[in-house]
Design a binder for this molecule. Structure first.
Ligand code: NAP
Length: 290
């Protein structure tokens, strides 16, 4: 078994990005600038956004954090998005999800200029993804593809089972894995909460990508000998031994599954850091396109 080390890969990607930023600065141009909107005081969201801002600083990007109380009106949030769309000093921005119930996520996503949608959530960018056109591929699926590429894992002709069909992970990764190109060409099955014979389907996977948000759901009896297993899951569970009071747990029961795999990611050094690096890559692309 070999670990798919997302932490190591993401450090390499950050170094590559930093070199690009140094070149941009040397040539007298403005470095990439990412803005992030955070609504409310959800601990996990605050944590994700502060890590994204820190990542920007590390690679030499500019960053702007915009915070609203949980009771901000939808109109006020949409006004801020319009402002960011028009701001020429900002290359891309994200609105950290989930949003409070009184705000319509779809309205917010639709308001973002697709050219600045570095999360790749807008219909235009998802449409381009489906058509195989250049676009912002959302950060988590992009990070998974990058990890497979950097470990030279062959996907052609392989059976890939994607467990979970969310718009931000399961569905786009299934599209990318089935795409007719060097990093795709897998035969893809999407499984979800209504899937029958889930264990058998998972066991038939050469590549198993799990994004359901159910801790340690995938156990050794669901994994084929020699499979590649990618664990996207990241659920906070209380842990008094940690200063933070919690730890993140994946959807795969790593300890029992690892010995059956050829390659496996671990939480939190797998998909998480690759997601963060992908957001930086998308912001760099947004800057270069402007
Ligand atoms: P989501 O929107 O919550 O959707 C979960 C999906 O899992 C749904 O398609 C659901 O099926 C399916 N599902 C739930 N229970 C299931 C079960 N018992 N059997 C089979 N399928 C089941 O998921 P998400 O936003 O993609 O997030 C999934 C996990 O990934 C979460 O832990 C999240 O924190 C994590 N995540 C991590 C990163 C990262 O950077 N590491 C990024 C994004 C998400 P139905 O459609 O039938 O309801």
């Amino acid at each position: 078994m070999e670990l798919l080390d997302g932490k190591l890969c993401s450090e390499q990607i950050r170094r590559e990005i930093k070199e690009e930023v140094d070149t941009i600065k040397t040539s007298g141009k403005r470095p990439p600038h990412l803005a992030a909107i955070l609504v409310g005081d959800d601990g996990a969201s605050q944590n994700y956004v502060s890590m994204k801002v820190k990542d920007c600083e590390e690679v030499g990007f500019g960053s702007t954090l915009i915070q609203f109380d949980a009771n901000v009106s939808e109109e006020e949030l949409l006004n801020k998005i319009a402002e960011l769309n028009a701001d020429n000093t900002i290359d891309g921005f994200i609105v950290q999800l989930p949003l409070p119930d009184h705000i319509d996520d779809n309205k917010v996503i639709l308001a973002i200029d697709p050219k600045k949608d570095v999360d790749g959530f807008c219909p235009e960018n998802i449409g381009k993804l489906c058509l195989g056109l250049p676009t912002f591929v959302s950060a988590t699926p992009n990070g998974i593809m990058e990890l497979l590429r950097r470990y030279q894992i062959k996907t052609e002709g392989k059976h890939c089972v994607v467990l979970g069909r969310s718009n931000i992970v399961g569905t786009p990764i299934a599209i990318l894995m089935s795409r007719n190109n060097d990093t795709g060409n897998a035969t893809v099955t999407i499984a979800h909460s209504r899937t029958k014979n889930l264990k058998e389907i998972c066991r038939s996977a050469d590549i198993l990508i799990v994004a359901i948000g159910k801790t340690k759901f995938v156990t050794a009896d669901m994994v084929k000998e020699g499979a590649v297993v990618i664990d996207v899951g990241q659920t906070r569970v209380p842990d008094k031994s940690r200063e933070s009071g919690f730890r993140n747990v994946g959807d795969v029961d790593f300890d029992t599954v690892k010995d059956k795999c050829s390659f496996i990611t671990y939480v939190t050094g797998g998909v998480g850091p690759m997601t963060r690096a992908s957001l930086l890559q998308n912001t760099l692309i947004a800057n270069q396109r402007r």
